[in-house]
Design a protein around this ligand. Structure first.
Ligand code: SAH
Ligand code: SF4
Length: 365
């Protein structure tokens, strides 16, 4: 069976070259063709010898996930639904801004962590994405956007920042995500700086430590509550890794992080976690952890059971944090008209955990 070269970072590609009897430096050329030029056909790799191109065609493919649909929102946000086989689909979102273009990348088909306010979490879990499926989202976005703006060739790159904030928990798919991160940072591939690549986690403490050692990119942590009782409810993984342990892991992470703060994400749920008292409690909680806050107005989805906080509640909350000298931004909701906002990415997930039926059984007890 052919191997998919999109699954390989520089090191793995060098290993593959040696395996097929080539010098390992060919990996660099291959990386540039695959990721910088977006080439999928070995025949088009003009600076490789014909014999090598033939050998590659016989043993390997370059196969990104197939695009099922492509939506553009009024504000320029783009959303692609990519097929990942067996009727499953994942979503990738591109958010253009004046000085940067951010791609929101998915890491899993569904998510097993079941945060109560998250559409992906409600769908259950199917499987981890492969490296090709993760990096394929960036590969595809750069190619599609370049074709649109300058008629092909990935010279002027549209994607300047990547956030692992799509479907899934990136640190629950650790190896594949780290390999994809290596490619994002590799100068022969996407050449992004560590500061421009952000992993967002709901707080898998041991994996945060491993990320710090292996590939310390910028880190965002989904906090969402100022105490364990409420966080246990909203982010169930908190029962395993409570807030105190999570904050200690954040401080350890900062020793290697490319930025000198952690970004805390906080989804604003009307009447649940958005009072001034919650904000004051939060200020006390993070006193010893250098951080910034990103408040995310809740993005509704059918039968969520939650409402978005009012703009007044969001401002009041922000003001309490700002008065305590915590830098706080309110995330603008982008791509509303195509359901591309945080937490709305649904894709197509065939749940393998049968959480829904389990839930019914538990509720009946
Ligand atoms: N699993 C990771 C990354 C994906 S979710 C994590 O949980 O951090 C990216 C961000 O969107 C997280 O902060 C998540 O809590 C938030 N989010 C999820 N559902 C949301 C919703 N319905 N409205 C607003 N934000 C949401
Ligand atoms: Fe998973 Fe993140 Fe959604 Fe929680 S918020 S269910 S961790 S994707």
């Amino acid at each position: 069976m052919s191997v998919n070269l999109l699954d390989f970072d520089a090191k793995a590609l060098a290993g593959f070259c040696v395996e097929i009897g080539e010098k390992s430096f060919r990996a660099k050329q291959l990386l540039r063709w695959i990721h910088r030029s977006g080439e999928v056909d070995f025949a088009g790799m003009s600076d490789l010898a014909k014999a090598l191109r033939d050998k590659l065609s016989a043993t390997a493919v370059i196969e990104p996930p197939r695009v099922i649909s492509d939506h553009a929102a009024m504000d320029g946000t783009r959303k692609w639904l990519l097929s990942v086989g067996e009727g499953n689909g994942i979503e990738t979102v591109f958010i253009p801004e004046a000085s940067r273009g951010t791609l929101c990348v998915s890491s899993q088909v569904g998510c097993a962590l079941a945060c109560t306010f998250c559409s992906t979490g409600r769908q259950g879990f199917n499987r981890n994405l492969t490296v090709a499926e993760i990096i394929g989202q960036l590969w595809w976005a750069n190619k599609a956007l370049a074709e649109e703006f300058d008629g092909g060739g990935i010279r002027s790159r549209a994607v300047t920042n990547v956030v692992m904030m799509g479907m899934g928990e990136p640190l629950a798919n650790f190896e594949n995500v780290v390999t994809a991160l290596d490619l994002m940072l590799d100068d022969n591939a996407y050449g992004l700086s560590r500061r421009r690549v952000t992993v967002s986690t709901s707080g898998l403490v041991p994996a945060m430590d491993r990320l710090r050692e292996r590939c310390p990119v910028a880190l965002a942590v989904s906090l969402h509550a100022p105490n364990d009782a409420l966080r246990n409810e909203l982010v169930p993984i908190n029962k395993k890794y409570p807030i105190k342990e999570l904050l200690a892991a954040c401080r350890r992470y900062l020793q290697s992080a490319p930025r000198d703060f952690i970004t805390f994400e906080y989804v604003m749920l009307d009447g649940v976690n958005d009072s001034a008292a919650h904000a004051h409690e939060l200020v006390q909680l993070v006193r010893e952890t250098p951080c910034k806050f990103n408040l995310i107005p809740f993005n509704p989805f059918p039968n969520s059971g939650y409402r978005r906080s009012s703009p007044e509640a969001v401002h009041r909350f922000r003001d309490v944090l700002m008065q305590a000298e915590l830098i706080t931004t309110v995330r603008k909701t982008r791509g509303d008209d195509i359901a591309a906002a945080c937490g709305q990415l649904a894709g197509k997930v065939h749940d393998k955990t049968r959480r829904v039926s389990r839930g019914i059984v538990e509720a009946a007890r």
